[in-house]
Design a binder for this molecule. Structure first.
Ligand code: NDP
Length: 447
């Protein structure tokens, strides 16, 4: 009997027997007894399974009262693995800085709007567009109220909107000056896309307008907030591989539409140089922590190509820095995408692929130890550069700090680019005598 019961019990528990088979073997009474036995066995086992470990209970954690201090959770990994970033410290949504984004083009739709919803200190409050259809659709997608949607004609009314702290200008370059100045007069802080304007003279007017209005001005140099570029800067300035000797930098991409504003001089200010070559100018200054004293350049455009009727296709230039570094740079608007640079130092080198891209940075470093040459992949977590940049500006507003990427930073790049164009035009090196004090604010906190 016990054997049969055990056989039944095992079969029922494992699901290996149908109800019909079960009754055939046993008869109803045995079946009843067996089922009762299973129930008893299960009941007897219950306290063993529901041990203390199965109870929901909060493990030890440090929870600082300060909103900007992260919660520290109980550790479970050893120090042999890469450390996790601290837990995020988002502000409650109603305490975040409100942004009005101006211009619903590629950068806004593809990068900035997806980024701002991940921000910790910034939120989307308003939109400005010349297209009522886009405005309506995008406002609905991102929860912007109809009364916070503006056209270029109603733009100045942003001054009456207390939900807007910052106006973010994402228009063609040739429109930056007008909209920055009007935005400053509306009493709003200004974040302006790169290049800051069409000329150094325009930058000076924009800086003056923001100073007069008492608002903060930041230029959107996202590379200042990108971890791989920041790591290279730390290694160069800390002389990890001794002194820096030279840099080779490339920012190239293709273009196809001669009717686009990027190919119209009045709206773009220039061709490849101010749009993408600017990254080589600015990032070299950023990683070296020095300002160039002289430039030498060549410029070329494919003859009769309608893309380059008004703006240049390619500029190749050298920048000489006071510490002796020469940066050799090239930018091209009609070649397959490449956004990389190499830094050559006394005792090693660094190579950053996708250096100026939105993502996909890959850092290789090399140095020698005795008979061994180390060539390593330095794996660093990526961030969203746009979210980091907006949160930095919001932090500056919340804590009344000067932004790291100042208007003077944008002006400096225009002074250098004007020297590059002059050198290409005259065929001679051009000394840069009119540099400004960039006067960057405190270092941004990058998670
Ligand atoms: P797009 O051409 O994709 O968008 C520009 C938007 O500006 C248009 O969609 C339109 O918005 C508005 N606009 C207003 N007047 C004009 C006009 N006369 N001609 C064309 N557009 C007009 O440009 P991007 O988004 O690529 O670039 C915008 C700015 O952002 C530029 O300064 C550029 O240099 C910068 N940028 C920065 C990047 C970065 O990584 N930091 C990357 C890409 C661009 P609407 O239809 O809503 O009125």
């Amino acid at each position: 009997m016990n054997d049969i019961t055990n056989q039944i019990r095992t079969s029922v528990i494992t699901g290996g027997m149908s109800r019909k088979q079960f009754l055939k073997i046993t008869g109803k009474s045995v079946a009843a007894a067996a089922v009762a036995g299973i129930a008893t066995a299960c009941a007897a086992k219950a306290p063993v399974n529901q041990s203390d470990n199965l109870q929901a209970a909060s493990p030890p954690a440090r929870v600082p009262a300060q909103p900007d201090e992260p919660i520290v959770l109980e550790e479970w990994k050893s120090k042999n693995d890469v450390e996790s970033a601290p837990t995020p410290t988002p502000l409650p949504p109603d305490q975040r800085i409100g942004y009005a984004i101006v211009g619903l083009g590629h950068l806004t739709l593809e990068e900035l709007l997806p980024a701002i919803v991940t921000c910790k200190k910034s939120r989307l409050s308003a939109l400005v567009s010349g297209s009522p259809e886009k405005l309506k659709k995008v406002a609905a997608q991102y929860g912007v109220k109809p009364q916070n949607c503006y056209s270029y004609d109603t733009y100045d009314q942003l001054k009456d909107n207390p939900e807007v702290d910052v106006i973010y200008i994402v228009l063609p370059n040739g429109l930056h000056k007008e909209y920055v100045i009007r935005g400053a007069r509306a009493g709003k802080h200004i974040l302006c896309e790169k290049p800051m304007a069409n000329s150094a003279a325009e930058c000076r007017e924009m800086i003056a307008a923001c100073n007069t209005a008492g608002v903060k001005l930041m230029v959107a140099y996202r590379i200042h907030y990108q971890p791989h570029n920041r790591k290279i800067r730390e290694m160069l300035q800390g002389k990890t591989y001794g002194s820096t000797k030279f840099i080779q930098a490339t920012n190239c991409q293709s273009s196809a539409n001669p009717a686009h504003w990027r190919h119209k001089k009045a709206l773009a200010g220039g061709g490849a140089l101010p749009d993408i070559g600017l990254y080589c100018v600015n990032t070299n200054r950023f990683i070296l922590g020095e300002e160039p004293t002289e430039v030498f350049a060549y410029q070329h455009s494919t003859p009769n190509d309608p893309l380059f009727a008004e703006v240049e296709e390619m500029v190749s230039w050298q920048m000489k820095f006071p510490g002796g570094v020469i940066a050799n740079c090239v930018t091209n608007y009609d070649s397959h995408d490449n956004k990389s640079y190499d830094v050559f130092c006394e005792k090693g080198w660094m190579k950053l692929e996708n250096a100026y891209a939105y993502k996909g940075q890959r850092l290789n470093v090399a140095h020698a130890e005795g008979k061994t040459r180390h060539i390593n992949d330095m794996v660093i977590a990526e961030n969203d550069q746009f979210a980091a940049e907006m949160d930095h500006f919001s932090d500056c507003i919340l804590n009344n700090k000067r932004p790291y990427s100042t208007g003077e930073e944008g002006l400096q790049d225009h002074i250098i680019m004007e020297a590059i164009y002059e050198s290409a035009r005259t065929g001679r090196p051009v000394k840069i005598n009119s540099m400004v004090n960039v006067n960057r604010g405190p270092e941004p906190e990058i998670g």
